[in-house]
Design a protein around this ligand. Structure first.
Ligand code: NAP
Length: 278
């Protein structure tokens, strides 16, 4: 598995696993648990969740899967903006830790910006970090202006990642957020690499590139996002078949010709666009 180095020196898998809508009773829970466990075996050891997902049921399912193998995974969870206050953050974190059945969340994110001043949320994150209840913290759905404001807050320089929407049909973050994260020695975590609904996977350009490599459009979408060495990618899969397919994408390297074909169908941004989010 390719690795990405966080600013604090820790290495994480570049290809991880999302868990939105896992553990909610939409799919067979045992199949979801088997898929997640196989993904860990195959090196997709970074697991992304949130207190929001299934009102905590996603964290509980993860807790069952990682029981007895805590050290094999890098856990990412997120706090709701309405819990992002000095009192709310430690309380929400304690609930997530309990559901996950662990002593520490490796990376704890503010899910999106809300009404709490950033300085208050960052101070609460830094306190959790000093206490060892989280390993690092970051943000999600922050646009370039939010990141600039965050950089001006005490401790703001410790933000480890910004988790944002990124797939071939939504490339706005290439204009500023991706290059700025590289300059700052930080990372981007690309969510919904299949566009959540899978619609971007029906692109004729992705299909043509996939045929050249004997791969699938999903694998091309993952390899495409992973071409940036500081971008971590977190597809969600509810079946072992999809997990196997996704894990194999880590071995796929796209050529300049492939990238040009994708650019022709899905052009990179020529100017700043407001951040898209789900
Ligand atoms: P996604 O990963 O873009 O797409 C998931 C869909 O793709 C599911 O229907 C899944 O089906 C299907 N799929 C998985 N592997 C496939 C393959 N190899 N071929 C074809 N289809 C495949 O969607 P997402 O769940 O929105 O995003 C991924 C993760 O990002 C989330 O789970 C969550 O952890 C995170 N996220 C964060 C935010 C945020 O605001 N921070 C927002 C959205 C998402 P099966 O389930 O049947 O396998």
């Amino acid at each position: 598995m390719r690795r990405v180095r966080l600013a604090d020196g820790r290495d994480v898998a570049q290809l991880g696993q999302g868990t939105w809508m896992i553990g909610e009773g939409r799919g067979d829970a045992r199949a979801e648990e088997a898929a997640l466990a196989l993904g860990i075996d195959l090196g997709m050891s970074l697991i992304d969740t949130a207190e929001m997902y299934g009102d905590g049921r996603s964290e509980e399912l993860i807790g069952r899967v990682i029981k007895g193998r805590r050290d094999a995974v890098f856990l990412v969870s997120k706090v709701y903006p309405h819990n992002a206050s000095a009192r709310g953050v430690p309380a929400a974190c304690a609930r997530s830790l309990k559901r996950l059945g662990v002593e520490r969340i490796d990376l704890y994110l503010l899910h999106w910006r809300g009404g709490t001043p950033l300085a208050e949320t960052v101070a609460a994150f830094e306190k959790l970090r000093a206490e060892g209840r989280i390993g690092a913290w970051g943000v999600s759905n922050f646009d370039a202006a939010d990141m600039a404001e965050l950089a001006g807050v005490p401790g703001g320089e410790n933000c480890a990642t910004n988790q944002v929407l990124y797939h071939p049909a939504s490339r706005g973050i290439e204009f500023a957020l991706i290059p700025e994260a590289a300059r700052a020695g930080s990372t981007i975590m690309a969510y919904s690499p299949f566009g959540h609904s899978g619609a971007p996977l029906r692109s004729a350009a992705l299909a043509a590139v996939a045929r050249r490599h004997g791969a699938t459009p999903a694998q091309v979408a993952l390899a495409w996002a992973m071409r940036h060495p500081h971008v971590i990618v977190i597809p969600k899969a509810g079946s072992v078949a999809h997990v196997r397919e996704n894990a194999a994408a880590a071995g796929l390297v796209l050529t300049a010709e492939d990238l040009a074909a994708i650019d022709a169908a899905h052009p990179p941004p020529a100017r700043k666009h407001p951040l898209e989010m789900l």
